[in-house]
Design a binder for this molecule. Structure first.
Ligand SMILES: [Zn+2]
Length: 162
């Protein structure tokens, strides 16, 4: 048994979060019933595993999850929105992490990807949505919101996202 350093999921050596995530994606790519929640799977996993994201990328992902779950925007609509932002050159920051360091405390989360039920598509969609809602709620309780407001816990410096 090990504890995921990013989301505190208790994993065994046969399957860690990354391996479980891969299994989810494999199901989604091969079965349209599973694929219905693909956008939630990816955004939620990324939010919980912050080593993959820059702070701006993390904040944008949280906003994306909020648009899916609270504002009920479709993945297609959001794709169009984002495309126009990228095409217009408005986005000046990187989504992916520069240093591969996690910056969200692993104890933030009430649910992890291991709470997802792979047995059938109905259970799968239900548990993905429950996990996504829980993660959004937990992520919104983190007391930083601005692009420059996150203290860097490793160095004590502010991140520079200019
Ligand atoms: Zn994890």
């Amino acid at each position: 048994m090990t504890i995921c350093p990013e989301c505190s999921a208790e994993t065994n050596y046969n399957i860690d979060c990354a391996a479980f995530f891969s299994e989810c994606l494999a199901l989604e790519f091969t079965d349209s019933q599973y694929d219905e929640v693909h956008h939630l799977t990816v955004a939620t996993y990324m939010l919980q595993h912050s080593s993959r994201l820059s702070l701006d990328g993390w904040l944008a992902t949280r906003q994306l999850l909020r648009e899916f779950l609270v504002e009920n925007k479709s993945p297609l609509l959001i794709k169009k929105q984002n495309k126009s932002i990228v095409d217009n050159g408005k986005r000046k920051w990187k989504i992916t992490s520069r240093d591969g360091q996690a910056f969200i405390n692993r104890d933030t989360w009430a649910k992890t990807i291991l709470d997802v039920n792979l047995n059938n598509s109905t259970a799968y969609r239900g548990t993905i949505i429950a996990w996504a809602r829980s993660v959004l709620k937990s992520s919104e309780s983190i007391p930083f919101v601005t692009h420059t407001g996150l203290p860097d816990h490793r160095t004590g410096n502010q991140h520079d996202f200019s």
